[in-house]
Design a protein around this ligand. Structure first.
Ligand code: MCA
Ligand code: AMP
Length: 498
């Protein structure tokens, strides 16, 4: 299925769509910056606005500093910090140098950080949490750790913006069924073709101003929000954390036109007495987790805003989107974006995808790559259905995954940690339907003794990111298993709903 025309403005011919011509992300960004150096492009609450010319200069300085400590094309640079202009300058510098950004979730604890460091082997880490220095160095003492100002000595001139579209730009860590995150390697072409498709489909214009409260260490905030704004030559206002009042204030103060968020954010925005202010925006987009049809409707009722839901993945950037002009159908994710082809294969039908947006494969994981592709189709692990009008819906997941507030949690990773607890004999982790988080992580345990409510939560929180902590723990005498001894998680979920 590739009915891209559903996304195109009337006069645009699908045959003439050229998403990339082999250029890199920074080549596109820099061409905007050079053309209008005085234009204000990114705002953060501490530094105010940065102009295109300033970002051009600042990213060049940082690129020279990184080059001076030995970072070369293809080398990895880990980045993890709250959103700020400093972080944007560092990220764009890494890409201008031809190095590969490894954005890393700031909620990670020591073991999770060590895993990324050991796997990606970055030359430099740019981080804003002091304890990460110790965690990174104890894993690999050769990594140079610096804060987002990247206050290093500047070397001589280096050639910037030289990489080609097929070069690697970013490694996004995402887990598989094994629970240990794998690095999805995305090229400049992958990332650029996806934002070009969104530019067309969402009518993204240089006049647009995006309120960006998503973290810049996952694809949604970074690969869509930031890269898109820079590639279009539009503006973005960064919020270092999501706060309902700050979002509405930013919409008003900056006369914003767009907001991108996960359903949990919309759930909080719609509860606010200021919810009608959402109608000042030209476009509200939701993704990363299913947007409940009744939340979609509630937002419309209080604000007149029809949220546009889209579907993406770290490995594929953005895949499918509701149309801008036709009906934005609640409960559906819409049509494949320009350049993207989608098919449903197997029983139950799995969503498979190909296109210039599909990643290069998992970093140093040949076996995982074998499993992830069916010929040249990438297997998303999501289950889909098409309605009579051709809208795609996500109806389930073939992969074991919990999505809590837009963050992915792999049950196996949490189970491995709970199993280390001295009182636990066995455990199983599942997602429980939850009004605020979409799904909440919960644990079923067979334990030797009574457990305090927060005991497992705190035990996991010391070892894994806070959003992976089980919000509730249920004690049971035995876990339901099939004849082969495999835990029947669907039966545990039935207990929760029944
Ligand atoms: C925070 N907490 C969470 C989560 N976030 N617990 C479960 N799930 C979460 N997602 C914990 C906090 O540690 C805290 O614990 C308590 O919940 C309440 O914190 P609060 O301050 O209310 O939360 P918050 O800091 O406001 O965070 C909520 C959030 C955040 C803004 C919705 O989760 C978020 O930024 N989500 C976006 C994730 C995202 O960018 N996903 C894109 C992935 P305690 O009270 O014990 O201290 S990319 C992707 O999926 C693909 C490509 C796609 O399609 O986009
Ligand atoms: P990630 O690995 O963080 O990139 O998460 C990708 C996964 O998020 C997809 O495989 C889907 O399961 C899920 N996802 C993203 N967008 C949506 C959406 N609009 N509705 C339902 N699930 C979504």
């Amino acid at each position: 299925m590739s009915n891209w025309h559903r996304h195109l403005p009337d006069q645009m011919d699908p045959a003439n769509i050229e998403l990339t011509t082999g250029e890199s992300l920074p080549a596109v960004w820099v061409s905007h910056w050079q053309r209008q150096p005085e234009r204000k492009i990114i705002h953060d609450p501490t530094a105010g606005w940065v102009s295109a010319g300033d970002l051009l200069d600042r990213s060049a300085v940082i690129a020279r500093r990184l080059a001076n400590v030995g970072v070369e094309q293809g080398d990895r640079v880990l980045l993890s910090a709250a959103s700020s202009i400093e972080l944007v300058a560092a990220h764009t510098a890494v890409l201008r140098l031809g190095a590969v950004a490894v954005p890393t979730n700031g909620a990670y604890r020591a073991d999770e950080v060590s895993h990324v460091v050991a796997d990606a082997r970055p030359k430099v880490a740019i981080v804003d949490q002091p304890e990460w220095t110790e965690w990174i160095r104890s894993c690999d003492s050769t990594v140079l750790v610096t804060d987002p100002s990247v206050d290093l000595e500047e070397g001589s001139n280096v050639r910037l913006d030289q990489v080609e579209g097929r070069a690697s730009a970013l490694i996004g860590y995402t887990s598989g069924t094994t629970g240990r995150p794998k690095g999805a390697v995305l090229s400049h072409r992958n990332l650029l073709s996806s934002v070009r498709a969104l530019e067309i489909a969402w009518r993204w214009q240089p006049e647009d101003l995006l309120v960006l409260a998503l973290p810049l260490f996952h694809m949604h905030g970074l690969g869509v929000g930031l890269h898109g704004s820079l590639a279009v030559g539009a503006q973005a206002v960064l919020l270092p954390e999501f706060d309902v009042t700050a979002v509405f204030d930013a919409i008003n103060q900056h006369e914003a036109s767009m907001f991108f968020g996960v359903p949990t954010m919309y759930n909080r925005l719609v509860e606010s007495p200021r919810a009608p202010e959402l109608n000042r925006l030209r476009l509200c987009v939701s993704g990363s987790a299913p947007l409940a049809a009744d939340l979609h409707q509630r937002i419309y009722e209080v604000s007149g805003q029809r949220v546009l839901e889209r579907y993406g993945m770290t490995e594929t950037v953005m895949l499918v989107s509701n149309p801008y002009e036709e009906e934005r159908r609640p409960g559906a994710v819409g049509f494949p974006l320009p350049g993207v082809e989608v098919r449903l294969k197997g029983q139950p039908p799995e969503i498979q995808v190909k296109g210039p947006n599909v990643f290069q494969g998992y970093w140093e994981r040949p076996e995982a790559n074998e499993e992830a592709f069916d010929g040249d189709w990438f297997r998303t692990g999501d289950l889909g259905a098409l309605d009579v009008d051709g809208y795609l819906s996500i109806v389930g997941r073939a992969k074991e995954l919990i999505i809590s507030g837009g963050f992915n949690v792999y049950p196996r990773e949490v189970e491995d940690v709970i199993s280390q607890h001295e009182a636990i004999r066995e455990c199983a982790v599942v997602g429980e339907t939850d009004d605020e988080w979409g799904e909440a992580v919960v644990a079923f345990v067979v334990a030797d003794r009574d457990l305090e409510d927060d005991e497992i939560k705190n035990f996991v929180g010391e070892r894994l990111a806070d959003y992976k902590r089980p919000q509730r723990t249920y004690r049971t005498d035995a876990l339901p298993r099939n004849a082969l001894g495999k835990v029947q998680k669907h039966r545990l979920k039935e207990q929760l709903t029944g």
